[in-house]
Design a protein around this ligand. Structure first.
Ligand code: OSB
Ligand code: MG
Length: 375
């Protein structure tokens, strides 16, 4: 299919309260302000995407509000100026925009859903995915005490999740890992620092963490610091995984050339959509570097896109893609995303993202809207 004729872009901000606060080294999330992107074409087909930009510019530079403005003021006009034939053309059509990849990813992924629906094919197959089911892990935020953390970990291990990731920050690291490792000597366990450490100050922390047989240490240092990550990787046995540092295929190439990591977390939004995510996983595979799908506390729309992406062959480690019910009292898709007792999600059979968007619910949660013509 080489003839998409995009008609309109419907931008909505919905407010969705998290079941429990999510605490990281950079802050606390209580509710999400999520941008839902809906795109239609001339034949009445509909595609959905979710912009994963958080509320505040603490994970990266983007926010719900900056993404809104980039989509409305720059992405929509560029799609009119550079008409696309296929979903694979969207990122090239928007290449003039520097950064702001979460804004781009929300739109790009909606076009992929639309195209897959027109082809009456599940998005995961349309992208070239090969996995009938994906392996799931969980990311557990900082808790008020190690005892509470242990309770949470126990519950997730008992539900079947295949890998547990703990958030850490200076002062809340070694002890947390010691308690969890002591109780669960054999689970796949990792930690995520969200850039909270510095090489000049904190090497001893990583040398201590090195003794716990962690699967990986995610994003210990600053996002832009591939050089210091390379120095740190040489000092420790545990694999470094980069999240914030990898915004493009180019970043992934640089990280592997420098030896800054041995694992890559791919987030659909952070890298600007499915085309770039596909390119990164393919490059990583060629270099025997495993990738896995990260999460941004997505609603069911973003979650469904993450499931589709995770079926690509390079995604060989369990991702942070978990059940809707861990986040939301009620998700905006039907059925909600569920995880089996073996810690797996079945790739959906339906066309496109394979989950139905509960439009009345989205409508009820909408706090801001804009309709933008694309022709
Ligand atoms: O660094 O992976 C991260 C959530 C928000 C921002 C950054 C991160 C996370 C998570 C949670 O770890 C992943 C999820 O459960 O969606
Ligand atoms: Mg991370």
């Amino acid at each position: 299919m080489k003839d998409l004729k995009l008609e309109s872009l419907y931008l909505r901000e919905i407010e969705l309260p998290l079941k429990a606060p999510f605490v990281t080294s950079f802050g606390t999330s209580l509710k999400r302000r999520i941008l839902v992107v809906r795109i239609t074409d001339a034949e009445g087909a509909v595609g959905y995407g979710e912009c994963t930009a958080p509320e505040e510019p603490f994970y990266n530079h983007e926010t719900t509000d900056t993404a809104w403005s980039i989509i409305s003021d720059f992405i929509a006009p560029l799609l009119i100026k550079n008409p696309i034939g296929t979903a694979a053309d969207v990122s090239d059509a928007l290449a003039a925009i520097r950064g702001n990849r979460m804004a781009i990813g929300g739109v790009e992924s909606a076009v992929w859903d639309l195209e897959a629906k027109k082809a009456n094919t599940p998005l995961w197959r349309h992208l070239g995915g090969t996995r009938e089911q994906i392996d799931c892990g969980v990311s557990i935020g900082l808790q008020i005490s190690p005892e509470v953390l242990l309770e949470k970990v126990t519950r997730e291990v008992e539900s079947g999740y295949q890998r547990i990731k703990l958030k850490i920050k200076p002062g809340q690291d070694i002890e947390l890992v010691r308690v969890i490792r002591g109780n669960f000597p054999h689970i796949k366990l990792s930690v995520d620092a969200n850039s909270a450490y510095r090489l000049d100050r904190d090497v001893h922390i990583f040398e201590e963490l090195d003794e716990f047989g962690l699967l990986m240490i995610e994003q210990p240092l600053a996002a832009g610091d591939l050089v210091d990550h390379a120095k740190l990787q040489k000092l420790i046995k545990t694999s470094i995984c980069l999240d914030e540092s990898i915004t493009s295929l180019r970043d992934a190439e640089h990280a592997l050339e420098l030896g800054s990591c041995r694992i890559i977390n791919v987030k659909l939004g952070r890298v600007g959509g499915h085309s770039e995510a596909k390119a990164i996983q393919s490059f990583a595979s060629e270099n025997n570097v495993p990738v896995w799908c990260g999460g941004m506390l997505e609603s069911g729309i973003g979650r469904a896109h993450n499931i589709a992406m995770s079926t690509l062959p390079g995604f060989s480690l369990p991702g942070d893609v978990s059940a809707s019910a861990r986040y939301w009292a009620e998700d905006i898709v039907e059925p909600p995303v569920t995880v089996s007792s073996e810690g797996r999600i079945k790739s959906p059979d339906g066309p496109g993202i394979g989950y139905n968007v509960n439009e009345p619910m989205v409508e009820r949660l909408t706090v801001r809207r804009e309709t933008i013509p694309l022709k």
